[in-house]
Design a protein around this ligand. Structure first.
Ligand SMILES: Cc1cc2nc3c(=O)[nH]c(=O)nc-3n(C[C@H](O)[C@H](O)[C@H](O)COP(=O)(O)OP(=O)(O)OC[C@H]3O[C@@H](n4cnc5c(N)ncnc54)[C@H](O)[C@@H]3O)c2cc1C
Length: 297
């Protein structure tokens, strides 16, 4: 759920990960209150912009987050009243006198009554300490069966007034080995304004993501840009660019786990084979969750 800012203009933002949230008919009832709340606070808005090549399932409804997808998480964090500490890389979780001792990359370990993990499953399994021993063999097998595809995202940030002349807000690309999805992000989020620069988001195909997973980020960026130029030759030069690697992009085999665990789940169908995403949210035990039912990028 990440929203990035342009290097020279903090008001110019782009969602490099999740693009929109789809509420499917079968989940409309149990999840209605979440959507109503987020819609009434302007955190979500119905997606009205033109998305070419989008597969729309009957009875489903798509929503965008005008202030960026991270605003959904920020909204719930604010409501919780919790003190939030960012940039804390957890490395080890151990039991100490009936409490959880959490160690980080930097700083001393701290004790907690309850720990909720919402990171991608492989990252949970890589944690050190007692956490690995409290997961029994069967749970471990289930968790290990959750695998992820990888892909890259590119964010192009423009100065205010730069015109991006395309008739759509986003487009799924089906005939390019590198690029799967392009979005004029501010247009998609319905926040076009002469004062704020536009942003363009590009997602690669899963095949490209896997092939270049451990390549140099600058080289990957150049490759994506060269493909982008062929698809959109008249795209203006951006004032800044951000290239993001999503090692754990979409879940490939998670449905069984979520069903068995009886948690609120995400369901991601994608025209790009092997394009499902992230177990993290569905496996968290957070009391109030919004789920991302469908992702088609
Ligand atoms: C390219 C892309 C496009 C997507 N498009 C859509 C879409 O259109 N619609 C949709 O519904 N979903 C989409 N998704 C999926 C969506 O982003 C995820 O379902 C969602 O982000 C899951 O949220 P989360 O909070 O559970 O986990 P995440 O957003 O993955 O957050 C996990 C967090 O854990 C942190 N973390 C990991 N390891 C550690 C550690 N050791 N210590 C501390 N923190 C750690 C990470 O930094 C991260 O902030 C997309 C994903 C990608 C990558």
């Amino acid at each position: 759920m990440s929203t990035s800012r342009g290097a020279g203009d903090a008001a110019c933002t782009a969602d490099l990960g999740a693009q929109y949230i789809t509420l499917e008919a079968e989940r409309a009832q149990p999840h209605r209150s979440f959507y109503e709340e987020l819609l009434s606070h302007g955190i979500l808005q119905q997606l009205t912009a033109r998305i070419e090549g989008m597969v729309v399932k009957k009875g489903s409804c798509n929503y965008v987050a005008p202030q960026g997808i991270s605003s959904v998480v920020k909204y719930y964090l604010k409501q919780s009243g919790a003190d939030v500490f960012y940039e804390q890389h957890v490395t080890r979780i151990s039991l100490r006198d009936g409490k959880w001792e959490v160690s980080r990359k930097t700083g001393p370990p701290e004790l907690f009554d309850i720990v909720i993990l919402t990171m991608p499953v492989p990252q949970i399994l890589h944690l050190q300490g007692d956490i690995v021993n409290i997961i029994n063999e069967s749970q471990k097998q289930q968790l290990e069966s959750v695998s992820y595809s990888s892909r890259y995202a590119l964010g192009l940030f423009y100065e205010a007034g730069t015109r991006i002349d395309v008739p759509w807000a986003a487009q799924y690309i089906t005939d390019n080995p590198c690029i799967r999805f392009i979005s004029i992000d501010n247009k998609k989020r319905n926040i076009e304004s002469p004062e704020i620069g536009s942003s363009v988001v590009v997602h690669t195909t899963v095949t490209f993501g896997s092939k270049y997973l451990d390549s140099d980020l600058t080289e990957v960026q150049q490759l994506i840009l060269s493909h982008l130029e062929r698809i959109l030759p008249s795209l203006p030069k951006p004032s800044s660019i951000k290239c993001q690697k999503w090692r754990y992009s979409q879940k490939v085999a998670w449905q069984d786990l979520c069903k068995r665990e009886g948690r609120i789940s995400q369901q991601c169908h994608a025209p790009d084979p092997g394009c499902d995403h992230g177990a993290a949210l569905s496996c968290a035990r957070a009391p109030r969750q919004i789920s991302h039912e469908k992702y088609t990028a």
